[in-house]
Ligand binder design. Sequence first.
Ligand code: ADP
Length: 424
Amino acid sequence: MKILVLNCGSSSVKFQLLETDAESARAGTDRALAKGLVENIGGTAALKFEVPGRKPVKETAEILEHTVAVEKVLGFLTDAGNGLLRDRREIAAVGHRVVHGGERFKASALITDDVLQGIEACFDMAPLHNPPNVRGYQAVRAVLPDVPQVAVFDTSFHQTMPAEAYLYGLPYVLYQRHGIRRYGFHGTSHRFVSARLASLLGRSPDDAGLRLITCHLGNGSSVAAIRGGRSLDTSMGFTPLEGLVMGTRSGDVDPAAVLHAMEREEIGVGQANAMLNKHGGLLGISGVSHDMRALLEAEGQGNARAGLAVDVFCYRLRKYVAAYIGVLGGVDGLAFAGGIGENSAAIRARALAGLEGLGLSVDASLNAAARGSETEISPPGAATRVFVVPTNEELLIARDTCAIVSGTPSSSGVTQQSKPASGE
Ligand code: ADP
Protein backbone atom coordinates (compact mmCIF):
# COMPACT_ATOMS: atom_id res chain seq x y z
CA MET A 1 0.00 0.00 0.00
CA LYS A 2 1.38 3.44 -0.92
CA ILE A 3 1.13 5.96 1.91
CA LEU A 4 1.91 9.66 1.66
CA VAL A 5 3.29 11.00 4.95
CA LEU A 6 3.07 14.75 5.52
CA ASN A 7 4.66 16.94 8.15
CA CYS A 8 3.10 20.37 7.67
CA GLY A 9 4.57 23.45 9.34
CA SER A 10 3.34 27.02 9.11
CA SER A 11 5.41 27.67 5.97
CA SER A 12 6.62 24.22 4.98
CA VAL A 13 5.47 20.78 3.92
CA LYS A 14 7.83 17.82 4.32
CA PHE A 15 6.68 14.65 2.61
CA GLN A 16 7.57 11.04 2.03
CA LEU A 17 5.91 8.41 -0.11
CA LEU A 18 6.28 4.98 1.50
CA GLU A 19 5.28 1.47 0.54
CA THR A 20 4.12 -0.64 3.45
CA ASP A 21 1.64 -3.33 4.52
CA ALA A 22 1.25 -5.61 7.53
CA GLU A 23 3.60 -8.25 6.17
CA SER A 24 6.41 -5.95 5.03
CA ALA A 25 6.13 -4.01 8.31
CA ARG A 26 6.55 -7.26 10.25
CA ALA A 27 9.53 -8.26 8.11
CA GLY A 28 11.02 -4.75 8.20
CA THR A 29 11.20 -4.60 4.40
CA ASP A 30 8.84 -1.64 3.95
CA ARG A 31 10.54 1.53 2.77
CA ALA A 32 10.41 5.10 1.51
CA LEU A 33 10.04 5.47 -2.25
CA ALA A 34 10.57 9.24 -2.38
CA LYS A 35 10.83 12.26 -0.15
CA GLY A 36 10.86 16.01 -0.47
CA LEU A 37 10.21 19.40 0.93
CA VAL A 38 8.33 22.59 0.11
CA GLU A 39 9.75 25.52 2.09
CA ASN A 40 8.77 29.16 2.41
CA ILE A 41 5.08 28.75 1.58
CA GLY A 42 3.54 32.23 1.44
CA GLY A 43 6.15 33.56 -0.99
CA THR A 44 8.71 32.22 -3.42
CA ALA A 45 8.88 28.64 -2.21
CA ALA A 46 11.85 26.31 -2.57
CA LEU A 47 10.93 22.77 -3.59
CA LYS A 48 12.99 19.60 -3.43
CA PHE A 49 12.08 16.10 -4.55
CA GLU A 50 14.32 13.08 -4.07
CA VAL A 51 14.00 9.51 -5.29
CA PRO A 52 16.76 7.14 -4.09
CA GLY A 53 19.27 6.55 -6.89
CA ARG A 54 18.12 9.54 -8.94
CA LYS A 55 19.34 13.12 -9.14
CA PRO A 56 17.32 15.36 -6.76
CA VAL A 57 14.91 17.81 -8.43
CA LYS A 58 15.02 21.40 -7.13
CA GLU A 59 12.66 24.20 -8.14
CA THR A 60 11.31 27.51 -6.96
CA ALA A 61 7.70 28.59 -7.41
CA GLU A 62 5.24 31.15 -6.06
CA ILE A 63 3.23 29.14 -3.51
CA LEU A 64 0.86 31.07 -1.32
CA GLU A 65 -0.89 28.30 0.59
CA HIS A 66 -0.76 24.66 1.62
CA THR A 67 -3.29 23.38 -0.94
CA VAL A 68 -1.02 24.54 -3.75
CA ALA A 69 1.97 22.97 -1.97
CA VAL A 70 0.14 19.62 -1.77
CA GLU A 71 -0.80 19.92 -5.46
CA LYS A 72 2.90 20.44 -6.19
CA VAL A 73 3.82 17.36 -4.16
CA LEU A 74 1.31 15.29 -6.15
CA GLY A 75 2.73 16.85 -9.33
CA PHE A 76 6.22 15.60 -8.39
CA LEU A 77 4.94 12.13 -7.55
CA THR A 78 3.01 11.74 -10.82
CA ASP A 79 5.49 13.54 -13.10
CA ALA A 80 5.93 11.52 -16.31
CA GLY A 81 9.73 11.87 -16.20
CA ASN A 82 10.71 11.90 -12.54
CA GLY A 83 7.60 10.65 -10.77
CA LEU A 84 6.75 7.24 -9.33
CA LEU A 85 2.99 7.07 -9.72
CA ARG A 86 0.91 6.80 -12.87
CA ASP A 87 -2.06 8.26 -11.06
CA ARG A 88 -2.52 10.11 -7.78
CA ARG A 89 -5.25 7.57 -6.94
CA GLU A 90 -2.45 5.07 -6.24
CA ILE A 91 -2.05 6.85 -2.89
CA ALA A 92 -4.10 4.66 -0.56
CA ALA A 93 -3.96 6.95 2.48
CA VAL A 94 -2.24 10.00 3.92
CA GLY A 95 -0.62 10.05 7.37
CA HIS A 96 -0.01 13.35 9.15
CA ARG A 97 2.42 14.12 11.89
CA VAL A 98 0.32 16.05 14.41
CA VAL A 99 2.25 17.66 17.24
CA HIS A 100 -0.32 17.84 20.05
CA GLY A 101 -3.04 15.34 20.87
CA GLY A 102 -3.66 16.52 24.42
CA GLU A 103 -5.10 13.95 26.80
CA ARG A 104 -7.65 12.75 24.30
CA PHE A 105 -5.43 11.01 21.76
CA LYS A 106 -3.65 8.04 23.26
CA ALA A 107 -3.08 6.45 19.85
CA SER A 108 -3.09 7.39 16.18
CA ALA A 109 -6.55 8.10 14.74
CA LEU A 110 -8.43 8.15 11.45
CA ILE A 111 -9.30 11.81 10.90
CA THR A 112 -13.08 12.23 11.08
CA ASP A 113 -14.95 15.47 11.82
CA ASP A 114 -14.92 14.53 15.49
CA VAL A 115 -11.16 13.82 15.50
CA LEU A 116 -10.58 17.08 13.64
CA GLN A 117 -12.43 18.93 16.39
CA GLY A 118 -10.24 17.17 18.94
CA ILE A 119 -7.07 18.33 17.14
CA GLU A 120 -8.48 21.86 16.93
CA ALA A 121 -9.23 21.75 20.66
CA CYS A 122 -5.44 21.45 21.17
CA PHE A 123 -4.66 24.65 19.16
CA ASP A 124 -4.29 26.59 22.37
CA MET A 125 -1.52 24.31 23.61
CA ALA A 126 0.37 24.12 20.29
CA PRO A 127 -0.50 27.36 18.50
CA LEU A 128 2.45 27.16 16.11
CA HIS A 129 2.08 23.50 15.20
CA ASN A 130 -1.47 22.12 15.29
CA PRO A 131 -3.04 24.78 13.00
CA PRO A 132 -0.63 24.03 10.09
CA ASN A 133 -1.13 20.30 10.71
CA VAL A 134 -4.87 20.87 10.18
CA ARG A 135 -4.16 23.05 7.14
CA GLY A 136 -2.28 20.10 5.66
CA TYR A 137 -5.27 17.82 6.29
CA GLN A 138 -7.62 20.33 4.65
CA ALA A 139 -5.29 20.74 1.68
CA VAL A 140 -5.30 16.97 1.09
CA ARG A 141 -9.07 16.83 1.49
CA ALA A 142 -9.37 19.52 -1.19
CA VAL A 143 -7.21 17.71 -3.73
CA LEU A 144 -7.75 14.03 -2.79
CA PRO A 145 -11.26 14.08 -1.29
CA ASP A 146 -11.73 10.30 -1.15
CA VAL A 147 -8.41 9.36 0.41
CA PRO A 148 -8.52 8.45 4.14
CA GLN A 149 -6.24 10.49 6.37
CA VAL A 150 -4.72 9.52 9.70
CA ALA A 151 -3.25 11.66 12.49
CA VAL A 152 -0.18 10.36 14.33
CA PHE A 153 0.52 12.42 17.44
CA ASP A 154 3.88 13.39 18.96
CA THR A 155 2.28 13.24 22.38
CA SER A 156 0.29 9.99 22.34
CA PHE A 157 3.09 7.57 23.26
CA HIS A 158 3.62 9.50 26.50
CA GLN A 159 -0.03 9.31 27.54
CA THR A 160 0.89 6.29 29.69
CA MET A 161 2.86 8.51 32.10
CA PRO A 162 1.48 8.35 35.63
CA ALA A 163 0.13 11.51 37.26
CA GLU A 164 3.16 11.72 39.53
CA ALA A 165 5.32 12.18 36.42
CA TYR A 166 3.08 14.52 34.48
CA LEU A 167 1.84 16.90 37.16
CA TYR A 168 3.73 20.09 37.95
CA GLY A 169 3.89 21.55 41.43
CA LEU A 170 1.41 24.24 40.41
CA PRO A 171 -2.13 24.89 41.68
CA TYR A 172 -4.15 21.86 40.55
CA VAL A 173 -6.80 24.17 39.15
CA LEU A 174 -4.41 25.12 36.32
CA TYR A 175 -4.36 21.48 35.24
CA GLN A 176 -8.14 21.27 35.49
CA ARG A 177 -8.86 24.54 33.70
CA HIS A 178 -6.10 24.74 31.13
CA GLY A 179 -4.63 21.26 30.86
CA ILE A 180 -1.28 22.49 32.18
CA ARG A 181 0.76 19.31 32.73
CA ARG A 182 3.63 17.42 31.11
CA TYR A 183 2.63 15.91 27.75
CA GLY A 184 6.03 15.06 26.26
CA PHE A 185 6.86 15.09 22.55
CA HIS A 186 8.95 13.10 20.03
CA GLY A 187 6.64 10.22 20.99
CA THR A 188 6.74 8.64 17.54
CA SER A 189 10.52 8.57 17.69
CA HIS A 190 10.70 7.21 21.25
CA ARG A 191 8.14 4.54 20.33
CA PHE A 192 10.02 3.52 17.20
CA VAL A 193 13.47 3.55 18.82
CA SER A 194 12.38 1.75 22.01
CA ALA A 195 10.70 -1.04 20.02
CA ARG A 196 13.81 -1.45 17.87
CA LEU A 197 15.99 -1.42 20.99
CA ALA A 198 13.85 -4.13 22.59
CA SER A 199 14.24 -6.19 19.47
CA LEU A 200 18.01 -5.68 19.40
CA LEU A 201 18.07 -6.91 23.00
CA GLY A 202 16.16 -10.00 21.88
CA ARG A 203 13.09 -9.01 23.92
CA SER A 204 9.51 -8.13 23.07
CA PRO A 205 8.86 -4.37 23.41
CA ASP A 206 5.92 -5.03 25.74
CA ASP A 207 7.91 -7.42 27.94
CA ALA A 208 6.71 -6.07 31.30
CA GLY A 209 10.11 -6.16 32.97
CA LEU A 210 12.05 -4.45 30.19
CA ARG A 211 13.50 -1.08 31.23
CA LEU A 212 14.72 1.22 28.47
CA ILE A 213 16.01 4.77 28.11
CA THR A 214 15.80 6.40 24.68
CA CYS A 215 17.67 9.61 23.87
CA HIS A 216 16.40 11.51 20.82
CA LEU A 217 19.08 14.14 20.22
CA GLY A 218 18.54 16.51 17.29
CA ASN A 219 17.84 20.22 17.06
CA GLY A 220 15.11 19.40 19.53
CA SER A 221 16.13 16.78 22.07
CA SER A 222 14.37 14.63 24.64
CA VAL A 223 14.88 11.53 26.78
CA ALA A 224 12.26 8.96 27.74
CA ALA A 225 12.06 6.28 30.44
CA ILE A 226 10.11 3.28 29.12
CA ARG A 227 9.02 0.15 30.97
CA GLY A 228 7.21 -2.72 29.25
CA GLY A 229 6.80 -0.58 26.13
CA ARG A 230 5.05 2.21 28.06
CA SER A 231 6.47 5.69 28.57
CA LEU A 232 6.88 6.37 32.30
CA ASP A 233 8.49 9.79 32.03
CA THR A 234 10.00 12.10 29.45
CA SER A 235 12.00 15.30 29.56
CA MET A 236 9.82 17.57 27.39
CA GLY A 237 6.83 19.00 29.16
CA PHE A 238 3.76 21.13 28.50
CA THR A 239 5.64 22.30 25.41
CA PRO A 240 8.79 21.01 23.68
CA LEU A 241 10.84 23.58 25.63
CA GLU A 242 11.46 21.69 28.85
CA GLY A 243 14.24 19.26 29.62
CA LEU A 244 17.50 18.97 27.75
CA VAL A 245 19.49 21.91 26.42
CA MET A 246 18.65 22.04 22.69
CA GLY A 247 19.84 23.88 19.58
CA THR A 248 18.09 27.14 20.44
CA ARG A 249 15.79 26.07 23.30
CA SER A 250 16.86 26.52 26.89
CA GLY A 251 15.48 23.30 28.35
CA ASP A 252 14.97 23.35 32.15
CA VAL A 253 15.28 26.74 33.77
CA ASP A 254 14.04 28.17 37.04
CA PRO A 255 10.76 29.93 36.10
CA ALA A 256 11.65 32.67 38.58
CA ALA A 257 14.84 33.37 36.60
CA VAL A 258 12.68 34.03 33.56
CA LEU A 259 10.40 36.37 35.49
CA HIS A 260 13.49 38.15 36.83
CA ALA A 261 14.97 38.51 33.33
CA MET A 262 11.66 39.87 32.02
CA GLU A 263 11.65 42.50 34.73
CA ARG A 264 15.30 43.51 34.42
CA GLU A 265 15.43 43.45 30.62
CA GLU A 266 11.96 45.03 30.40
CA ILE A 267 10.67 42.46 27.97
CA GLY A 268 7.15 41.09 27.49
CA VAL A 269 5.79 37.59 27.00
CA GLY A 270 6.60 37.50 23.26
CA GLN A 271 10.23 38.40 23.75
CA ALA A 272 10.60 36.08 26.72
CA ASN A 273 9.20 33.31 24.55
CA ALA A 274 11.78 34.10 21.85
CA MET A 275 14.55 34.25 24.48
CA LEU A 276 13.68 30.74 25.67
CA ASN A 277 12.88 29.12 22.33
CA LYS A 278 15.04 30.90 19.76
CA HIS A 279 17.96 32.54 21.53
CA GLY A 280 18.69 29.97 24.22
CA GLY A 281 20.20 26.52 24.27
CA LEU A 282 23.49 25.74 22.53
CA LEU A 283 23.23 28.97 20.55
CA GLY A 284 22.54 31.09 23.60
CA ILE A 285 25.37 29.68 25.69
CA SER A 286 27.99 29.50 22.94
CA GLY A 287 27.12 32.63 20.97
CA VAL A 288 28.52 30.61 18.05
CA SER A 289 25.89 28.26 16.64
CA HIS A 290 22.88 26.08 17.41
CA ASP A 291 24.46 23.28 15.42
CA MET A 292 26.33 20.58 17.37
CA ARG A 293 28.73 19.78 14.56
CA ALA A 294 29.73 23.45 14.27
CA LEU A 295 30.17 23.66 18.06
CA LEU A 296 32.41 20.61 18.22
CA GLU A 297 34.52 22.12 15.45
CA ALA A 298 34.71 25.49 17.20
CA GLU A 299 35.61 23.76 20.47
CA GLY A 300 38.41 21.92 18.66
CA GLN A 301 39.71 25.27 17.45
CA GLY A 302 39.87 26.54 21.03
CA ASN A 303 36.55 28.37 21.39
CA ALA A 304 35.90 27.99 25.13
CA ARG A 305 32.23 28.99 25.08
CA ALA A 306 31.49 26.49 22.33
CA GLY A 307 33.08 23.85 24.58
CA LEU A 308 31.05 25.09 27.54
CA ALA A 309 27.79 24.75 25.58
CA VAL A 310 28.70 21.17 24.66
CA ASP A 311 29.57 20.44 28.30
CA VAL A 312 26.23 21.82 29.51
CA PHE A 313 24.41 19.72 26.88
CA CYS A 314 26.20 16.52 27.94
CA TYR A 315 25.85 17.20 31.65
CA ARG A 316 22.09 17.81 31.38
CA LEU A 317 21.67 14.63 29.38
CA ARG A 318 23.72 12.62 31.90
CA LYS A 319 21.59 13.99 34.72
CA TYR A 320 18.36 12.91 33.00
CA VAL A 321 19.73 9.46 32.18
CA ALA A 322 20.75 8.94 35.81
CA ALA A 323 17.37 10.20 37.03
CA TYR A 324 15.55 7.82 34.69
CA ILE A 325 17.60 4.88 35.94
CA GLY A 326 16.07 5.79 39.30
CA VAL A 327 12.57 6.08 37.80
CA LEU A 328 12.90 2.64 36.18
CA GLY A 329 14.73 0.99 39.08
CA GLY A 330 17.63 0.08 36.76
CA VAL A 331 18.03 -0.02 33.01
CA ASP A 332 18.48 -2.87 30.53
CA GLY A 333 19.16 -0.88 27.37
CA LEU A 334 19.80 2.68 26.26
CA ALA A 335 19.58 4.03 22.71
CA PHE A 336 20.92 7.14 21.03
CA ALA A 337 18.91 8.53 18.09
CA GLY A 338 18.49 11.80 16.16
CA GLY A 339 21.13 13.72 14.21
CA ILE A 340 23.44 14.10 17.22
CA GLY A 341 22.72 10.71 18.79
CA GLU A 342 23.20 8.81 15.55
CA ASN A 343 26.31 10.64 14.32
CA SER A 344 28.36 11.97 17.21
CA ALA A 345 30.55 9.45 19.02
CA ALA A 346 32.04 12.31 21.03
CA ILE A 347 28.71 13.40 22.49
CA ARG A 348 27.67 9.81 23.26
CA ALA A 349 30.90 9.21 25.15
CA ARG A 350 30.86 12.55 26.98
CA ALA A 351 27.22 12.19 28.00
CA LEU A 352 27.69 8.76 29.56
CA ALA A 353 31.10 9.46 31.14
CA GLY A 354 30.82 9.01 34.89
CA LEU A 355 27.83 6.65 34.73
CA GLU A 356 30.01 3.51 34.83
CA GLY A 357 28.95 2.98 38.45
CA LEU A 358 25.35 2.74 37.23
CA GLY A 359 26.31 0.15 34.63
CA LEU A 360 26.51 2.47 31.63
CA SER A 361 29.56 2.90 29.45
CA VAL A 362 30.64 2.89 25.81
CA ASP A 363 33.43 0.94 24.18
CA ALA A 364 35.71 3.53 22.54
CA SER A 365 36.28 1.71 19.29
CA LEU A 366 32.71 0.40 18.85
CA ASN A 367 31.43 3.90 19.60
CA ALA A 368 33.83 5.57 17.17
CA ALA A 369 32.80 3.19 14.39
CA ALA A 370 29.03 3.61 14.90
CA ARG A 371 27.33 6.08 12.63
CA GLY A 372 23.82 6.13 11.27
CA SER A 373 23.04 2.42 11.55
CA GLU A 374 21.87 0.09 14.34
CA THR A 375 25.04 -0.69 16.27
CA GLU A 376 25.86 -1.82 19.79
CA ILE A 377 28.42 0.51 21.39
CA SER A 378 28.65 -0.81 24.96
CA PRO A 379 31.56 -3.09 25.86
CA PRO A 380 30.93 -6.84 25.58
CA GLY A 381 29.31 -8.11 28.78
CA ALA A 382 28.16 -4.67 29.96
CA ALA A 383 25.35 -4.62 32.54
CA THR A 384 23.38 -2.20 30.40
CA ARG A 385 23.63 -2.50 26.64
CA VAL A 386 23.91 0.75 24.70
CA PHE A 387 23.00 1.10 21.03
CA VAL A 388 22.84 3.65 18.27
CA VAL A 389 19.34 3.25 16.77
CA PRO A 390 18.45 5.50 13.82
CA THR A 391 14.93 6.78 14.22
CA ASN A 392 12.34 6.66 11.44
CA GLU A 393 9.25 8.60 12.38
CA GLU A 394 7.86 8.64 8.82
CA LEU A 395 7.97 4.86 8.61
CA LEU A 396 6.04 4.53 11.86
CA ILE A 397 3.49 7.12 10.67
CA ALA A 398 3.07 5.14 7.43
CA ARG A 399 2.68 1.85 9.33
CA ASP A 400 0.09 3.30 11.70
CA THR A 401 -1.78 4.84 8.76
CA CYS A 402 -1.75 1.59 6.84
CA ALA A 403 -2.85 -0.42 9.88
CA ILE A 404 -5.72 1.96 10.68
CA VAL A 405 -7.10 2.20 7.13
CA SER A 406 -6.84 -1.55 6.62
CA GLY A 407 -8.37 -2.27 10.02
CA THR A 408 -5.41 -4.16 11.47
CA PRO A 409 -3.98 -1.88 14.16
CA SER A 410 -0.64 -3.11 15.50
CA SER A 411 0.60 -2.33 18.97
CA SER A 412 4.07 -1.01 18.28
CA GLY A 413 4.05 -0.70 14.49
CA VAL A 414 7.71 -1.58 14.65
CA THR A 415 9.16 -4.70 13.14
CA GLN A 416 10.50 -7.23 15.56
CA GLN A 417 12.82 -8.72 12.97
CA SER A 418 16.34 -7.57 13.37
CA LYS A 419 19.89 -8.15 12.46
CA PRO A 420 21.36 -10.23 15.26
CA ALA A 421 22.79 -7.88 17.84
CA SER A 422 26.43 -8.31 18.68
CA GLY A 423 26.91 -9.98 22.03
CA GLU A 424 23.95 -12.33 21.52
P1 ADP B 1 15.98 17.87 13.74
O1 ADP B 1 15.69 17.82 15.19
O2 ADP B 1 15.82 19.25 13.15
O3 ADP B 1 15.34 16.76 12.93
P2 ADP B 1 18.44 16.36 13.38
O4 ADP B 1 17.91 15.16 14.06
O5 ADP B 1 18.75 16.29 11.93
O6 ADP B 1 17.56 17.65 13.64
O7 ADP B 1 19.79 16.78 14.16
C1 ADP B 1 20.48 17.94 13.85
C2 ADP B 1 21.68 18.03 14.78
O8 ADP B 1 22.52 16.89 14.56
C3 ADP B 1 22.54 19.27 14.52
O9 ADP B 1 22.92 19.85 15.76
C4 ADP B 1 23.75 18.69 13.83
O10 ADP B 1 24.92 19.44 14.03
C5 ADP B 1 23.85 17.35 14.53
N1 ADP B 1 24.75 16.44 13.81
C6 ADP B 1 24.58 15.85 12.61
N2 ADP B 1 25.70 15.14 12.28
C7 ADP B 1 26.58 15.31 13.30
C8 ADP B 1 27.91 14.85 13.56
N3 ADP B 1 28.55 14.08 12.72
N4 ADP B 1 28.49 15.23 14.73
C9 ADP B 1 27.85 16.03 15.60
N5 ADP B 1 26.60 16.50 15.41
C10 ADP B 1 25.98 16.14 14.28
